[in-house]
Design a protein around this ligand. Structure first.
Ligand code: B12
Length: 231
């Protein structure tokens, strides 16, 4: 997928052209591929242009706003909630980049997951407090800046210290660029895209179901053992 036409449309704040390009791409390749192979790389190139001094931060901002609005209305609306799901929360840790987090939220809602939103720019201490208060079992963390990604290590340490053991799933640019980083900061899993978040949660749901079955079997075996012997 060529990113050039979309980049041109975004930088000229031509919302209509951007809409036409995105819709044509979605018809051809589906929404997941368009986010992964068109929207994310186009915004990355725009970020690089800003670093290179070729465009201003307000160009970056407007581009992401247009993408956000267009993508939001194209992701299917929330589905009926899945039964027996873990308590899930999402936050952008010490980071105000919102688009990735929103994409993940929308993808999960459209697949029947209920996700508590702990917001953006949240500090490690506040996040640990909220995780404990809400008894979160799966914590999704989005970070776009390297210093924020490195704070996940502090987050894991403080969660451990507080005796809180949610599954910690991370995502965002620093984790895409360094495939070992999630491991180094003590996360349990990392997702490249919003659809990865779905796959990871589906895997967690399967693991939970297996664990419940195992507990039931153990319980049944225990009950059998408790029967008086006929011998
Ligand atoms: C748009 C943008 C902005 C916008 C943000 C608007 C908003 N409300 O979100 C504005 C203009 C405000 C902004 C500000 C800044 N930005 Co900025 N920004 C970007 C840019 C160009 C695009 C980010 C984006 O929206 N991508 C599109 C989304 C959809 O992609 P995504 O977030 O990666 O998410 C996808 C996946 O990663 C994944 N995912 C994301 N989160 C999660 C979580 C989980 C659990 C899972 C499974 C998956 C997952 O799924 C998503 C969909 O597929 C990036 C460039 C880049 N390379 O990413 C720079 C970039 C992130 N920004 C950068 C910087 C430096 C800044 C500023 C500090 C600039 C300044 N001097 O003020 C500020 C800081 C703001 C802050 N305190 O947080 C740097 C960070 C450098 C670094 N290594 O730390 C970048 C990389 C630019 C660059 N090339 O240097 N920025």
């Amino acid at each position: 997928m060529s990113t050039e036409p979309l980049i041109r449309a975004l930088l000229s704040i031509d919302r209509l052209a951007a809409e036409q390009i995105l819709d044509a791409a979605v018809r051809e390749s589906g929404l997941d591929d368009v986010i992964r192979a068109l929207v994310v790389p186009a915004l990355e190139r725009i970020g690089d242009d800003w670093v290179g001094g070729r465009i201003s931060l307000s160009d970056v901002y407007m581009s992401s706003r247009i993408c956000e609005e267009l993508m939001k209305t194209r992701i299917p609306k929330a589905m009926p909630l899945r039964p027996a799901q873990p308590r899930i929360a999402i936050a952008a840790l010490q980071d105000y980049h919102l688009l990735g987090k929103k994409m993940v939220q929308l993808a999960l809602a459209s697949s029947g997951y209920a996700v508590m939103d702990f917001g953006q720019g949240i500090t490690v201490d506040d996040l640990v407090r909220r995780v404990r208060e809400a008894n979160v079992e799966v914590l999704l963390v989005s970070t776009l800046m390297l210093p924020s990604a490195l704070r996940v290590k502090d987050l894991r340490r403080e969660l451990d210290r507080a005796g809180s053991k949610p599954k910690l799933v991370v995502g965002g640019a620093p984790f895409r660029f360094d495939p070992e980083l999630w491991h180094e900061v003590g996360a349990d899993a990392m997702g490249i895209s919003a659809s990865d978040a779905l796959k990871i949660l589906d895997a967690i749901m399967k693991e939970r179901a297996r664990e419940t079955d195992r507990q039931d079997e153990l319980h049944a075996a225990g009950a059998d053992d408790a029967q008086p012997s006929r011998a």
